[in-house]
Design a protein around this ligand. Structure first.
Ligand SMILES: [Zn+2]
Length: 333
């Protein structure tokens, strides 16, 4: 028998190859809660809060008594490794299993979607780039429509309120879908054919919570604070504990919720049409505007003004042409 020639091991891909989850089963029956951190790789407050709570569970300071909870500290490990919002693409869009995955996020979705299916309630922990107070995103009112039929609006609102966020934002998917149908009618997007397909497909607006609702569950996205603010970790930690209290899964004393919270409804989205389109000032999410107030100027010189009194939300001065530049919201009456 001759010695086999020594061959170099094939170059090992440095890309993450698995999703790390932690599940605790209470010995009494109860709901199934899923808590996600770092769906966007540079939004780490949820991952940090989960790590703290895993230690509290291990040390016996926190006991899961009823139902089951699964924690996923880092839901997009590639984006997290890169310390970026996305890996190959935004994991929190176009969330669905793929028979033929095209990119890293498609492969994560093939593992994450069955996990979402196996739970009843989702708490998805994010953070944001610019300063401001935490806010929580909820889904639609109960409805039997075709876009996002839903029957758990009341339970979802209780979940949103228990997170302690002073601002609740609704109306994401139908506003997004309106933007999609406008884009499909007058495509201006540049970039790859796949990017073009994604921004003109209403499924592209489906993230973790929308997928959860489409499968009969409910959930909220909590934006805990600025990316690097240690306070955001405390917001995330409090929200997880208060969710466990709300769902009666652990003996955690309920904390008071803000009395002066406001509910804002997203009503419209405006796309950036050209790289020369620029904002009239540095907008921050939830800056109030009056009807007719100048928001930005198109490359053509056209002035983009506020269509009504309201708030600028998710302004993105560096949006790709053909993609969302800013949203407008109104206070829910
Ligand atoms: Zn995020």
């Amino acid at each position: 028998m001759t010695d086999k020639p020594k061959v170099e091991a094939p170059a090992v891909s440095q890309r993450p190859t698995h999703l790390h989850t932690h599940t605790f089963h209470g010995l009494a029956p109860g709901p199934k809660l899923l808590v996600l951190g770092a769906v966007h790789g540079n939004e780490v407050c949820g991952a940090k809060a989960i790590t703290q709570l895993l230690q509290d569970i291990d040390s016996g300071q926190l006991n899961i008594e009823r139902g089951s909870v699964t924690f996923v500290p880092v839901t997009n490990p590639l984006a997290h490794q890169l310390q970026l919002r996305i890996g190959d693409r935004n994991l929190n869009r176009n969330m669905a299993p793929s028979a033929i995955p095209q990119d890293f996020e498609d492969r994560i979705a093939n593992v994450l979607c069955p996990l979402l299916d196996a739970h009843d309630v989702l708490l998805d922990l994010h953070s944001f780039h610019t300063g401001g107070a935490p806010f929580v995103m909820i889904g639609p009112q109960d409805n039997s429509g075709t876009l996002e039929p839903f029957t758990h609006a009341e339970a979802e609102m209780r979940l949103a309120v228990c997170t302690g966020a002073p601002r609740i934002v609704e109306g994401w998917l139908d506003t997004y879908a309106r933007g999609v149908s406008r884009r499909a009618a007058a495509p201006t997007a540049t970039g790859t054919a796949r990017a073009q397909t994604l921004v003109t497909n209403p499924n592209y607006g489906v993230g973790t919570t929308e997928y959860m609702r489409s499968r009969g569950g409910y959930g909220v996205t909590l934006e805990c604070g600025q990316h690097d603010d240690p306070q955001a970790v405390q917001v995330a930690r409090r929200a997880i504990l208060q969710t466990l209290a709300l769902l009666d899964m652990a003996s955690v004393p309920p904390e008071p919720v803000p009395a002066d919270r406001e509910i804002l409804r997203l009503v419209d989205v405006t796309d950036r049409e050209h790289a020369g389109d620029s904002f009239s000032r540095e907008w921050r999410s939830f800056d109030a505007v009056k009807a007719g107030e100048l928001i930005g100027v198109r490359h053509s010189g056209f002035q983009v003004k506020a269509p009504h009194d309201g708030f600028v939300v998710f302004p993105n001065p560096r949006a790709e042409p053909g993609q969302e530049w800013f949203y407008m919201a109104r206070r829910r009456p």
